[in-house]
Design a protein around this ligand. Structure first.
Ligand SMILES: Cc1cn([C@H]2C[C@H](O)[C@@H](COP(=O)(O)OP(=O)(O)O[C@H]3O[C@@H](C)C(=O)[C@@H](O)[C@H]3O)O2)c(=O)[nH]c1=O
Length: 176
């Protein structure tokens, strides 16, 4: 696995290093030793997936409040997404900044999202599955969100939004 720093403090792109042969490949997606060496979370009590039927579906931006904030290891296992993370840690040098990453079932990359980030994505094709390893048990009462189209953030989503939940349309702006 190759750990590539992002422009946001503590967030990493992880490039898988597939061992290829005539059958296909084998690749490690989580290595406790390599993660611990870099101070990344190594315990993930939940593994969840989401499936989105339509291209242009938008989920986010979501975060969990303390003491239930979540680090997430995200991989697109079917199709492709544009993934977005926003650093919402007030004491961070990258506070309020965002970065996008394309993750797909074929590009052998995963994204490590530290605690204290908001996260969302838009599907780039139909029939998309996203896998999450999550470092904290789900605490619905601590869920928070930010409007995906908050002009103060100015996130550039690649496609018109075709599907979005009612809840995601109700989140406040970042400054609120
Ligand atoms: C997030 C989550 C949801 N749920 C339930 C609540 C609800 O009934 C149903 C769908 O939840 P949501 O509408 O929040 O699903 P979704 O909008 O896909 O939420 C996800 O969005 C992306 C951007 C993330 O970063 C994830 O961490 C998660 O917040 O699943 C769980 O049981 N456990 C979980 O960890």
């Amino acid at each position: 696995m190759r750990f590539i720093p992002t422009t946001l403090k503590d967030a990493h792109i992880i490039e898988l290093e597939p061992a290829r042969d005539d059958r296909g490949f084998f690749a490690r997606t989580l290595c406790v030793d390599a993660f611990a060496e870099r101070g990344l979370e190594i315990q993930y009590p939940q593994h969840s997936i989401s499936y989105s039927a339509r291209r242009g579906t938008l989920r986010g931006l979501h975060f969990q409040r303390e003491p239930h904030s979540e680090a997430k290891l995200i991989r697109c296992t079917r199709g492709a997404i544009l993934d977005v993370i926003v650093d919402i840690r007030r004491n961070s040098p990258s506070f309020r900044r965002w970065q996008t990453f394309e993750l797909s079932s074929t590009n052998c990359r995963e994204l490590y999202v530290p605690k204290g980030f908001a996260h969302g994505f838009q599907t780039l094709c139909d029939e998309v599955e996203v896998s999450y390893l999550i470092s904290t048990r789900y605490a619905p009462g601590f869920a928070g969100g930010i409007r995906y189209d908050d002009p103060a953030l100015g996130i550039e989503w690649p496609l018109p939004v075709t599907e979005i939940s009612e809840r995601d349309l109700r989140w406040p702006s970042f400054s609120e």
